[in-house]
Design a protein around this ligand. Structure first.
Ligand SMILES: Cc1cc2nc3c(=O)[nH]c(=O)nc-3n(C[C@H](O)[C@H](O)[C@H](O)COP(=O)(O)OP(=O)(O)OC[C@H]3O[C@@H](n4cnc5c(N)ncnc54)[C@H](O)[C@@H]3O)c2cc1C
Length: 440
């Protein structure tokens, strides 16, 4: 037994983690699988009463790869960083990549992750061809769109609650070089930011923006819009992109380090440093996709109390006004974040409970301050519910079941599939107890 936690280091739950190369053995009798624990909240944690969680990180073998067609089959614990280091050299990449490469294939499927190219490529699940799974009654099945379409779609974004994923077969994307051509531009306010993102997404396969959540008045929503694409061979350096030098955070920082004054100073500096001119150039893919991975254990800067990442999507029709309400609520309740990201999402995909839908996604880190943080999350949820949006389960730690159900008209249909395969809800997590009515 040990204390298990997600990337936000809140909550922490005592449980037994079975780490093994043999997923067939380790998932037997386990209540949940987990990968590298990069989900922020309680999605990868056992129920409060305990239970064995199978950790997949040692089950990371590549089982087959077709060099012509780019179809990869690997064990669920194969990580994106391993995939990148092997396949970027060979002209292939994961078609979807989240903002860290320290995630497993199983975790990418269970959260149905999205990346900077969601508006063109959708979620990772759109590129998954088949899964090998252990379902609740112990059977091991090969699952795809043809054999078990409901189970397949419920598993994409199903947060590990429909079965243990043992193997993943996915279609990789051909890339012209392992480098990125990117551009970035400063914008002065929220309208420019939303407009800039939409314009960029009409032309570029990858877009994202950093936003200063502390700017008010005319400057509300100022930020930096970034766009990119894989570089063509004639643009790219001949050498393979080096792994960036990694700094480490050696201790838990005291709380005041991430107070409003330091975040305000950081945001001002970051915004000004970019300057007015458009930046263009060839970028190392590690810095483009995974800037935070350059600082090992960066989650310790929030101190021992941890933090939560709040990520929601607001539908397009109402995105401008709801974004403004979101900003107002955040500042009224004293929320501050130096890590604010806004990204436009494309259409909903196959996953029955996947996060993205057509609209604007907002993500920010919030230091955990007990009741104050709960009230803030509840107020932000109110804005999201009124706008017809939803929060991302893999980041969430503080929403209530009532809020979740109000955001998630798809829950019943997804839960019917879950219950068909697992009538007693033997597969469960701290998140499913908190949000989905699983008895503790
Ligand atoms: C810095 C950072 C940036 C991020 N950026 C993005 C982003 O841009 N887009 C995005 O979509 N996400 C993003 N994430 C979230 C991350 O991609 C997901 O939480 C991902 O699921 C983590 O993978 P993991 O292997 O660590 O899974 P874990 O965190 O261990 O588990 C996550 C969920 O997957 C389930 N699971 C894991 N493995 C299995 C398995 N074998 N079988 C069944 N269920 C399983 C767990 O039960 C849990 O519900 C980011 C996270 C961090 C820390």
């Amino acid at each position: 037994m040990r204390e298990l936690m997600g990337w936000g280091r809140y909550p922490r739950i005592r449980g037994e983690e079975r780490v093994s190369e043999d997923l067939v053995g380790s998932t037997r009798g386990a209540v949940l699988s987990r990968g590298l624990g990069r989900s922020y909240g309680d999605a990868s944690l056992p129920p409060l009463a305990g239970g064995v969680v199978a950790c997949t990180r040692l089950a990371n073998r590549v089982l087959s790869f077709d060099d012509e067609g780019g179809v990869l089959r690997a064990e669920a614990g194969f990580s994106l960083s391993e995939l990148n280091s092997i396949y970027w050299r060979r002209g292939w990449a994961s078609p979807v990549t989240p903002g860290t490469q320290y995630v497993t294939l199983g975790g990418m499927v269970a959260s149905d992750v999205h990346g900077k190219n969601h508006h063109v490529s959708g979620c990772f699940g759109e590129h998954v061809r088949a899964l090998k799974m252990r379902v609740a009654d112990g059977r091991i099945l090969e699952v795809d769109e043809r054999t078990e379409p409901d189970l397949f779609r419920a598993t994409l974004g199903g947060m590990g609650l429909t079965g243990h994923i043992l193997e993943v077969e996915a279609q990789l994307e051909r890339i012209p070089s392992p480098w990125i051509y990117g551009e970035s531009e400063r914008v002065d306010n929220l309208d420019q930011l939303i407009h800039g993102l939409r314009e960029a997404s009409a032309e570029w396969p990858m877009t994202v923006s950093w936003v200063d959540f502390l700017s008010r008045g005319r400057k509300m929503g100022r930020g930096i819009v970034t766009k990119g694409r894989w570089a063509e061979p004639h643009e790219a350096p001949e050498k393979f992109p080096a792994d960036p030098y990694r700094l480490a955070v050696p201790i838990d920082f005291p709380g005041w380090v991430l107070g409003r004054p330091s975040i305000r100073a950081f945001n001002e500096l970051y915004y000004r440093k970019h300057g007015r001119r458009v930046h263009r150039g060839i970028l190392n893919p590690n810095s483009f996709f995974y800037p935070l991975d350059a600082i090992r254990d960066w989650n310790r800067i929030y101190g021992a109390r941890g933090f939560t990442q709040y990520q929601c999507v607001l539908p397009h029709a109402d995105a401008g006004p709801s974004c403004r309400r979101f900003f107002d609520t955040l500042t009224e309740l004293g929320g501050a974040s130096f890590l604010g990201v806004i990204k436009d999402c494309g259409a909903e995909g196959k996953g029955m409970l996947s996060f993205p839908k057509l609209g604007i996604s907002i993500a920010l880190d919030i230091a955990m301050r007990g009741e104050q943080t709960r009230l803030l999350v509840s107020a932000l949820n109110k804005v999201v519910i009124e706008a017809g949006g939803r929060v991302y389960l893999t980041k969430d730690a503080l929403s209530t079941a009532a809020d979740f159900l109000a955001m998630e008209p798809r829950f019943e249909a997804w839960n019917a599939v879950r219950r068909k395969w697992d009538p007693e809800a033997t597969l469960r997590s701290a998140l499913s107890e908190r949000l989905m009515g699983d008895p503790s």
